[in-house]
Write a protein that binds this ligand. Structure first.
Ligand code: PMP
Length: 458
């Protein structure tokens, strides 16, 4: 059932998703660039969604889409989990903001501590970006050092200390809008090179090392098997704090996140997405002595000079707390993660089978409950297994793979076939089924065949 060649993917998208096209044209008049998140940039226009349920959502033209963006990864229990919805409704009826402490935030924090190995204490934020900002400030305050060391391609939100070295060219020393003085306090090195890490830490100015324990962009650029343990050993040896950014991996890689799955405990952990059950929210969790930097303490000086400030109108918002507590209570059952892991593996294996049988230059990979597809490289004789990227593929290529021309054409083709992939990949939920996976692999076969027919791989 290949798409007839005269009906190119873009022409069909333009015709069949006309409602989204209209909305995008309207949005561009009031919303800068028409989109509200850089990650939702799809050319020629993004889909507009009218409603969602379980593993699905429906666009404004009524197409049913299997959703692998699934709340940017936050909805591991799918859209509209009945228990989360009930908890939110019950809380909303009792008030949405108390400008004060409430039991919901304590229950929520207790649940995080129960699940996440590194969490002695928790402090809530309103997003993952705020969580990494706070973790870096706490680390700098605690160590009285200023440099944050990060790895090429790792994404830690959009705050000023997080963006250097996130996109290729990684060695670029400027980021528009961010002062060079600020960028000068961030050091970026490639991952998987313990000797280079140690050489950098010896210089003595580094407060903390931050990383995505999955490797950059939820396992797009993977970490070598023992790298996490080596980073833990080297940071401990040099008195440098280690921050795991578990905004994606938290409660997904395992009930206790990647740190539980890999048995490596950081000093601080940043969390968002799943932690708030589909509502805005995030947190920093970690070692009590380090987290105490935020507390009002007698030893912080009469004017609090030795403490780190944190505020935020929507921190631990009661509705987010109710959603988050309910989500985490459900995610404590490891069958949540193993179910999603199994489905993601079936997708990765299925995609690689389709790629091999069609002979297209592409490969699928990923770990835990995520999958990625890269199109255009390597030559079709280089076949990956479903867990690892093939040897010899550059980190620059991997990082750019979802957002390039081919990646976007694939994304649009998949939308036509009823599947919403996220940057040529996706994240699974407990509401996805084997049947969804089969539909997805068949859709990819159709789209890759159509792209081949259009000469996209030439
Ligand atoms: N860290 C990581 C690893 C992320 O994936 C993200 C968001 N995708 C963030 C931080 C930023 O989180 P937020 O979008 O909630 O600000």
């Amino acid at each position: 059932m290949a798409i007839a060649t005269e009906q190119t993917i873009h022409a069909r998208y333009d015709r069949e998703f006309g409602g989204s096209k209209k909305m995008f044209e309207r949005a561009r008049k009031s919303i800068t660039g028409g989109i509200t998140h850089d990650g939702r940039n799809i050319k020629p226009f993004p889909p507009y969604i009218a409603q969602a349920d379980g593993a699905y959502k429906w666009d404004v033209n009524g197409h049913k889409l299997i959703d692998y963006a699934i709340g940017h990864g936050s909805l591991i229990l799918g859209h509209n989990d009945p228990e989360i919805t009930a908890a939110m409704q019950e809380q909303a009826a009792r008030g949405t903001h108390f400008s004060a402490g409430h039991e919901g935030e304590i229950l929520w924090a207790e649940k995080v501590i129960e699940l996440v190995p590194s969490a002695d204490d928790v402090r809530f934020t309103a997003s993952g970006t705020e969580a990494t900002l706070l973790a870096m400030r706490v680390a700098r305050g605690y160590t009285e050092k200023s440099t944050i060391l990060k790895f090429e391609g790792h994404f830690h939100g959009w705050q000023d200390y997080a963006l250097k070295g996130e996109k290729p060219p990684f060695e670029s020393t400027t980021v528009p809008g961010i002062p060079n003085e600020t960028l000068g306090t961030v050091s970026v090195i490639p991952s998987n090179d313990p000797a280079m890490l140690e050489e950098r830490l010896v210089q003595g100015d580094v407060a903390a090392v931050i990383l995505e324990p999955s490797g950059a962009s939820w396992s797009t650029i993977q970490l070598k098997d023992d790298f996490l343990k080596q980073v833990r050993d080297i940071t401990a040896k040099h008195g440098v704090l280690l921050i795991f950014d578990e905004v994606i991996t938290g409660f997904r890689w395992a009930p206790g996140g990647a740190q539980q799955r890999f048995g490596v405990t950081p000093d601080l952990t940043t969390l968002a997405k799943i932690i708030a059950g589909g509502m805005p929210g995030g947190a920093v969790a970690g070692r009590r002595d380090v987290m105490q930097m935020i507390a009002f303490r007698d030893d912080a000086g009469w004017n609090g000079a030795r403490r780190v400030q944190q505020a935020g109108t929507f921190n631990a918002n009661p509705v987010a707390a109710a959603a988050g507590y309910t989500a985490l209570s459900k995610c404590a059952d490891p069958s949540v993660q193993s179910y999603c892991d199994d489905l993601a593996k079936k997708i990765r294996v299925g995609l690689n089978q389709v790629i091999t049988s069609l002979g297209v230059p592409a490969f699928a990979w990923g770990e835990s409950s995520v999958f990625h597809v890269a199109l255009g490289k390597p030559a079709s004789n280089l076949v990956a297994d479903d867990l690892h990227t093939p040897e010899g593929v550059s980190v620059e290529f991997l990082k750019g793979s979802g957002g390039d021309k081919l990646g976007m054409a694939f994304e649009i083709g998949m939308l036509i076939e009823g599947v919403h992939v996220f940057h040529s990949g996706g994240l699974l939920s407990t509401r996805h089924t084997d049947a969804d996976v089969e539909t997805t692999v068949a859709a990819a076969e159709t789209v890759l065949a159509a792209l081949t027919a259009e000469g996209a791989f030439k």
